[in-house]
Every structure is written in structure tokens, then in C-alpha cells.
Design a protein around this ligand. Sequence first.
Ligand SMILES: [Zn+2]
Length: 164
Amino acid sequence: MHCPFCEEEDSRVVDSRIVEGGAAVRRRRECPRCQRRFTTYERYEQQPLRVIKKSGERELFNRQKILQGMLKACEKRPVTMEVLESLAGEIEKELRDEGYEEIPTSHIGEKVMEKLKEVDQVAYVRFASVYREFREIDQFLELLSTLNREKNTSERREVDEGKD
Ligand SMILES: [Zn+2]
């Protein structure tokens, strides 16, 4: 690959790392002529995956979209970008292994939830609340606390009745 700055044909690899959960190799290269550095990624050549949206529309699968959804759910949480990239890579790999050419978005959402649940409970609840269409996290939390209140009240009643 030519140097993007001076078109030199040769380049030297200065760092090589396996990324995206083993799905890609990232290489930092240095041009021997202008000394500038650039990055290349090596990936398998893959058939495009298509996603079926709720509206029935089809679009090309985009791992970046999964990553963005997870990033949003992990805002201010102690989850590194590297972990999220590797989860996104795992999800894509699983989808490809399942062998369907078209995948409903709901199936992808379930997978994201599964992965987040293993990594961070708060991120999981956030993602689930958006994905399952609770309009606000508050609404979701309110639901949870209502459920808890109801449970506590009925437990207390049982204790009181026991005394009598
Ligand atoms: Zn160069």
C-alpha cells in the first residue's frame, strides 16, 4: 500500500495488534521516505450482511452502529472502548456464524443486551430500557420502584397479620 502522504511504495510496520476480538489486525506503518505514520487494518473478505429494520426496510449491516449504541449505554461507566470494540466484533462474528444473509434488528438488539449484561449491569439496564422502548430511564426506574413498593407492602401486611 502506498504512503498516503508521499506515495512511496514501501512502508515499515512499527506496531501490529490483533483487534476487534480477533477479527482484524491493526498495523501502524511508517514511511521510510517522509517518516510519517499511518494505520492499516487487515480483515477477512466477507459477504455483506443485511439488516431488516422494523419498517421492513433493508440496509447494510454496520458494526459502527452497534458500537455507538453500546457507547451510549456505557456513558460514564467503567467500560473501555477496547472491550466494546471486541463485543461488537463478537456480535458480528456470531451473526455471520448463524449463516443468515438478512437479520432482523430485534435479533441484533437481543445480542447486544446479552453482551452488556455480562459486562456492566447499569449499561445493560440503560440499553434495555431504550431498546424495549421505555421512553425515559426514569420511567423504567419508576416501574422498578413501584414493583418493589408493592412487594414490600404485601410482605409487611403478612407480618402484621401474623401478629394478630
Ligand atoms: Zn511517505
